[in-house]
Write a protein that binds this ligand. Structure first.
Ligand SMILES: [Mg+2]
Length: 283
């Protein structure tokens, strides 16, 4: 059986890139997409590279961003517009494979193993997709190529914007082993802290650590992380249209002001419960 060829495509600074396209008057200026600056939702969702260079980061409060980058321009998010771009990217992907698994609005895995006879190698396909998205949509992507989903995702993070990185059997140790373990999918802040305590800082150290030791500290997740670090990830790229079974339904919100009495709490609770109930009925 020949090895799988999986791409992970990630649109760079997605919201900000789409907004830059629609605001040519802001060319060359630092820009961030963020919520209403008056409300508490006022955080940076995405910043363009010019703003990032000045230190503006996703999740930062708008006032903080303004402090470190006074000339920054804020635009409110337009999710319907971003969804349309996401859909257009997906239409391009679907010309290369029917095995597409979106990861958020701006990323997707593509299994192009069966497309090689028709469309060429993973690298050829990646170049074509990158070129088409740039010229047909006007935004750039970074694409990772590997034989498994985990390494393909690391590849799309490895070099950006507008880059293609391939991790194959020949080069993966040279290139992946030095990457911080925290960049690995599913290594959150807490897990990373624990890994650091064990002296594990890089993916290479994780891959070459004792699996039993990881298991004793993390349980089953320890085995999974160890396998992922080694590139032993057989997880399939889900077919287009596949919907993961729903295991739970919930809702949360950030209120524009503090809740000060029972009535305040009651109103918010009813609003949240209604949305949860509607979705429960739907499913
Ligand atoms: Mg992205």
């Amino acid at each position: 059986m020949s090895e799988r060829v999986i791409l992970h495509s990630d649109m760079n600074c997605f919201y900000a890139s789409v907004e830059m396209l629609h605001h040519p008057e802001f060319a060359g200026m630092p820009l961030a997409v963020g919520g209403d600056p008056e409300a508490r939702h006022g955080i940076v969702l995405t910043a363009n590279y010019i703003a990032k260079k000045k230190g503006v980061k996703t999740g930062m409060a708008l006032w903080q961003a303004k402090q470190i980058c006074p000339e920054i321009i804020f635009v409110p998010p337009r999710m319907d517009l971003y969804l349309r771009f996401s859909q257009m990217a997906r239409e391009i992907y679907s010309e290369y494979t029917d095995k597409i698994e979106p990861y958020g609005i701006d990323e997707a895995w593509l299994d192009v193993s069966d497309s090689r006879n028709l469309k060429g190698s993973g690298m050829t396909i990646a170049r074509e997709i990158s070129h088409r998205i740039k010229y047909e949509l006007g935004v750039t992507v970074s694409i990772g190529i590997s034989w498994n989903k985990i390494y393909a995702k690391l590849g799309s993070d490895y070099k950006k914007p507008d880059a293609i990185t391939e991790f194959n059997r020949e080069n993966y140790k040279d290139r992946i082993w030095q990457i911080p373990a925290s960049d690995l999918l599913y290594v959150g802040r807490q897990t990373n802290k624990k890994l650091q305590k064990l002296g594990i800082r890089t993916i290479g150290q994780l891959a070459e650590s004792d699996e039993k030791l990881l298991e004793s500290h993390f349980g089953k997740i320890g085995n999974v992380l160890w396998a992922f670090a080694n590139g032993w990830d057989e997880d399939p790229v889900c077919k287009e249209g596949y919907e993961a079974p729903i295991k739970s339904i919930g809702n949360s919100t950030t209120t524009p002001r503090d809740l000060e009495n029972d009535l305040d709490v009651w109103i918010i609770q009813i609003a949240l419960a209604e949305s949860v109930a509607a979705r429960l009925r739907k499913h």
